[in-house]
Design a binder for this molecule. Structure first.
Ligand SMILES: [Fe+2]
Ligand SMILES: [Fe+2]
Length: 189
């Protein structure tokens, strides 16, 4: 994984590529769970809750958040090659698909808990979609987009992006638990 510039500084894509490895580990767990759901025709609502929280908080808000709000935003200010512009737009569209599918997985789990027949099939369909989609999305970023994207930036711009990424991450834990407390308060009313 080439995330350091010639053995020195970490590139701003470094944290993103490290985060991809954690997302891949969750995808592996989802693949096994999906297989089990298909054979046993039973879902595990607690597993789905954990997956939904992981995708919403980590994969989407924290990881896609840094991609879209820092890297892609700064790339949009550059004169991109048509190929890179096309790839970036496709990646943004894929983030939307990921977000929507995670929402559908959450809804299917709610219906499953209420005993709705067919909900297990919807859970399987969402798990299938997410486990097929994420590895391909990550491969595009890791193998075909992130490193060439670095060529649009000076060393100073890259260092600034890395600094912004660290700040983004530092704020995330507070945003997450502000949300959790607000939800608990709403439920207690
Ligand atoms: Fe992405
Ligand atoms: Fe990514």
């Amino acid at each position: 994984m080439l995330i350091y510039e010639k053995g020195k500084r970490m590139l701003p894509i470094g944290p993103l590529m490290i985060e991809h490895r954690l997302i891949e580990r969750v995808v592996k767990l989802m693949e096994s769970e999906c297989l089990r759901c298909k054979t046993e025709r039973k879902a595990d609502p607690l597993f789905i809750d954990a997956v939904v929280d992981f995708f919403r908080t980590y994969a989407d808000r924290t990881h896609h958040g840094k991609e879209e709000d820092i890297l892609f935003r700064k790339l949009a200010e550059k004169e991109l090659s048509p190929e890179h512009e096309k790839t970036m737009n496709e990646l943004i569209e894929e983030h939307k698909i990921g977000r929507k599918t995670v929402g559908e997985l959450h809804d299917a789990k709610e219906r499953y808990v209420k005993g709705e027949s067919g909900a297990v099939d919807d859970i399987v369909a969402c798990l299938d979609k997410l486990t097929a989609f994420y590895p391909a999305h990550i491969e595009t970023e890791d193998e075909h987009f992130f490193l060439p994207a670095m060529d649009y930036f000076t060393a100073e711009e890259q260092a600034e992006m890395l600094r912004e990424s660290e700040e983004f991450d530092a704020n995330m834990i507070h945003a997450k638990y502000d949300g959790v407390v607000a939800e608990l308060e709403a439920e207690s009313r």
